[in-house]
Design a protein around this ligand. Structure first.
Ligand SMILES: Cc1cc2nc3c(=O)[nH]c(=O)nc-3n(C[C@H](O)[C@H](O)[C@H](O)COP(=O)(O)OP(=O)(O)OC[C@H]3O[C@@H](n4cnc5c(N)ncnc54)[C@H](O)[C@@H]3O)c2cc1C
Length: 428
């Protein structure tokens, strides 16, 4: 008797998607198709190190076809999701139409500009490898502009860097830029003094690292202040006009670099009924990650809003661990659903959170323990190297870190602009 295979289409090869695929085997009677707009998986927590020229993009990216070489039941379809047609069990991508028995949406989030058109047009997001490379080019080009500036005001404008958002991403990039300004600035840009004095972190909330403990917040503020970073709290960015960042209290900062690390919103998935889209444009799912009102469409990771977990009645935080754990459990659940058995509800196991602030300085909030400093920094490095896809990438990343930290002199400050017109932000 021939086996009956069901088609699972998984859109998005981020943490949720790949952890699901890793656990679906040939014996599970599924034909699996992974759809992604890129041909690689990447590791967002280290994007800021790519953006600052500390590590190479290839250290944190890995091709899907290589990753799943051994999976005979998997096909990869490179394309961007355009529309879901639940009535015909099909999806449309910009490279073709696919049909499914089960559809898993794991497309994550996109940058939220909170409706500020100028910020969207001229600000620099940090959500993808393209964004990180774009940011790296933009900062390096600015440095060249600063060096050539003939007036002090012009030079200040090119040197100032405003980071909107004092969460882990904003803090991490501020610390890295300040340290590089200190270590590299004086060696390579002798015309410019006190590079690190030109970095501003602006946040609408009262503290840095909002979701973390008070101790972590205080440590982040102290370390960044010691590095010369200006911290502006309780103040939202309101606009970005004529190379001026306008703050809610009326202050303005002249700059050609506004890094937008201020928030995300669920990616739009056209074709889904309006009533399944919840807060933050996330897809509402039940305890088994099944989309509200559907029995063959599921959502995992950042894109889903699951309010059934008692400890997280407003939905889970949009973190890698949630996506990994949901992908892992869903691999078991989809087998059970397919066999008519009862799936297991998802409960998030919160292992704590960490942030690196500067060299040898990190903070760690574990469920019952707080620690900081060198030990936290070493643990952070270890934790961030383990999930990197591919043994070669792990080794290269470790080597790059070792070299860069020991010498204070990474060598990746190269301005490569393969698709200039498309990639470069429009300057005002
Ligand atoms: C700069 C940054 C730093 C972060 N730091 C941390 C951290 O330190 N710790 C932590 O826990 N979390 C961190 N996060 C959050 C973490 O990365 C996310 O929670 C996690 O990636 C969510 O996984 P996911 O699988 O839901 O989505 P993602 O990992 O975002 O994956 C989505 C996938 O969908 C694909 N995709 C998107 N749109 C389409 C489309 N239209 N068609 C086809 N494919 C599409 C994308 O290419 C991607 O492969 C950070 C995020 C960012 C951006």
């Amino acid at each position: 008797m021939t086996k009956e295979y069901k088609k699972i289409v998984i859109v998005g090869g981020g943490f949720a998607g790949i952890n699901l695929i890793k656990r679906l085997t040939e014996n599970d009677n599924f034909h699996v198709t992974l759809v992604d707009k890129n041909n690689y998986h990447f590791f967002p927590p280290l994007l800021y190190q790519v953006a600052t020229g500390f590590i190479e993009p290839s250290n944190i990216s890995y091709p899907f076809r290589r990753m799943f070489q051994e999976k005979e039941n998997l096909r990869f379809h490179m394309g961007s999701l355009q529309k879901v047609n639940p009535e015909s069990n099909t999806i449309e991508t910009d490279t073709g139409t696919l049909n499914y028995d089960y559809l898993v949406l794991a497309v994550g989030t996109e940058t939220n500009y909170f409706g500020m058109q100028h910020v969207k047009e001229y600000g620099l997001p940090m959500k993808s490898i393209d964004d990180a490379l774009n940011l790296r080019n933009h900062i390096l080009l600015n440095m060249e502009n600063a060096v050539r500036s003939t007036s002090q005001a012009e030079r200040e404008k090119h040197l100032n860097i405003v980071i909107a958002g004092g969460g882990p991403t904003g803090v991490e990039i501020a610390g890295m830029l300040a340290e590089m300004g200190h270590n590299i600035g004086r060696k390579e840009y002798p015309e410019i003094k006190d590079l690190q004095q030109h970095i501003y972190v602006v946040d609408a909330g009262p503290v840095l690292l909002g979701p973390m403990s008070k101790k972590s917040q205080e440590e982040a503020a102290k370390v960044l202040s010691d590095l010369g970073v200006h911290i502006i709290l309780n103040t939202a960015v309101k606009d970005y006009v004529d190379e001026k960042v306008i703050l809610a209290d009326g202050q303005t900062i002249e700059t050609t670099v506004l890094i937008w690390a201020s928030g995300v919103t669920g990616r739009q998935v056209p074709g889904l009924p309006a009533e399944v889209i919840g807060k933050g444009r996330r897809i509402m799912v039940d305890e088994f990650n099944s989309m509200k009102g559907s029995n063959n469409i599921f959502a995992l990771g950042d894109i889903c809003l699951q309010t059934t977990d008692k400890a997280f009645p407003n939905g889970h935080p949009q973190l890698a661990q949630v996506a990994i754990q949901q992908g892992t459990l869903f691999a078991e659940n989809i087998k059970k659903i397919n066999e008519g058995k009862t799936p297991k509800p998802f409960v998030y196991n919160d292992k704590g959170s960490m942030a690196i602030i500067a060299k040898y300085k990190a903070v760690a909030d574990l469920p019952k323990l707080f620690f900081k400093g060198f030990f936290a920094w070493v643990v952070w490095l270890f934790i961030h190297i383990m999930p990197i896809a591919g043994f070669r990438n792990k080794v290269w990343l470790a080597f790059n870190w070792f070299w860069s930290f020991i010498t204070n002199d990474p060598t990746l400050r190269l301005i490569f602009r393969p698709r200039k017109e498309e990639n470069e932000p429009v300057t005002q």
